[in-house]
Design a protein around this ligand. Structure first.
Ligand code: URA
Length: 279
């Protein structure tokens, strides 16, 4: 048995010293398993076992004629910006600009405080649970985010929470749906939505959670670490701070490292709140 989420190389070597490995045919796989452990753990965390429901699009069959325009989102994306967040969200459900809608249950819009909150938090894309529920950050990464917000003294209902990409990208693995990172063109295709969400919501400061959000929102091209802790700008020139994505904490195998990184994440959120309060 090899559980990638419980990787303890020293303990493995104590149990079965390395010089015996050559006697075991399976041992040839150990190095590969160790190298792939963190990626596999990430996939396990993101891939909650679910049976995908029918696409929420079925509900659109009853769409009112006045909303039909919103269904033409590929067109609507390039038309004038919707006048309200409700209009934007309605149009979003019909987005066909990139292929991700095909395998998703529904688009997941941002939610929370939608009138000039101190902060807007932008994640990567909905995960499995968010895709089914239609709400951002309600799965395992959302639980970490909730804990961190609480520790930072930030009430989640007082911030706007959204994602850089609005449909859940995944690949089927049996009955499971494994999270896949959105690629550059999918991020670019979705930029219109997140830009207009932020234009309508007008947060004092935007917090990018992880590298995908940084890529979507800013012109920064390098590593996340290079801009973490500084106030930079969105492509439109609004104040932006970057921190880790909460799912990073779920992937850390070592409990001490997890605790230390959680504290750093909380400190980033506190700093973002303090900065926003000054603006
Ligand atoms: N990860 C994200 O980036 N967003 C969510 O909504 C859930 C998980």
């Amino acid at each position: 048995m090899f559980n990638p989420a419980r990787l303890k190389v020293q303990a493995m070597k104590r149990e079965m010293p390395k010089h015996y490995w050559k006697n075991l045919p399976e041992a040839q796989d150990i190095n590969t398993l160790i190298r792939a452990a963190s990626t596999r753990t990430e996939d396990m965390v993101e891939a909650e076992p679910t049976n995908p429901r029918k696409r929420a699009g079925a509900a659109h069959a009853k769409i009112a004629p006045k909303d039909l325009l919103g269904r033409l989102a590929p067109v609507a994306q390039h038309a004038e910006a919707p006048p309200s967040i409700d209009d934007l969200n309605r149009a979003l459900q019909a987005c066909r600009v990139c292929p991700l809608w095909k395998d998703a249950t529904q688009a997941v819009p941002g939610e929370g405080a939608s009138h000039q909150p101190l902060l807007a938090l932008v994640g990567e894309q909905p995960g499995d649970q968010e895709d089914l529920a239609g709400h951002p950050f309600v799965g395992p990464a959302g639980k970490v985010l909730d804990r961190a917000l609480e520790a930072a003294g930030i009430d989640r209902t007082e911030v706007f929470v959204t994602n850089a990409v609005k449909h859940f990208k995944h690949e089927p693995r049996g009955k499971r749906r494994l999270h896949k990172r959105p690629n550059a063109s999918e991020i670019e295709a979705c930029r219109w939505w997140v830009k207009h969400e932020l234009d309508l919501v007008q947060p004092k400061l935007v917090v990018a959670l992880g590298a995908t959000a940084v890529q979507a929102l800013s012109h920064h091209k390098g590593a996340l670490g290079a801009v973490r802790g500084a106030t930079i700008a969105t492509r439109e020139g609004a104040p932006l701070r970057a921190t880790i994505h909460p799912s990073y904490l779920l992937r850390l195998p070592d409990e001490d490292a997890k605790e230390a990184e959680f504290e750093r994440f909380v400190a980033d959120l506190k700093a973002a709140k303090a900065e926003a309060a000054k603006l």
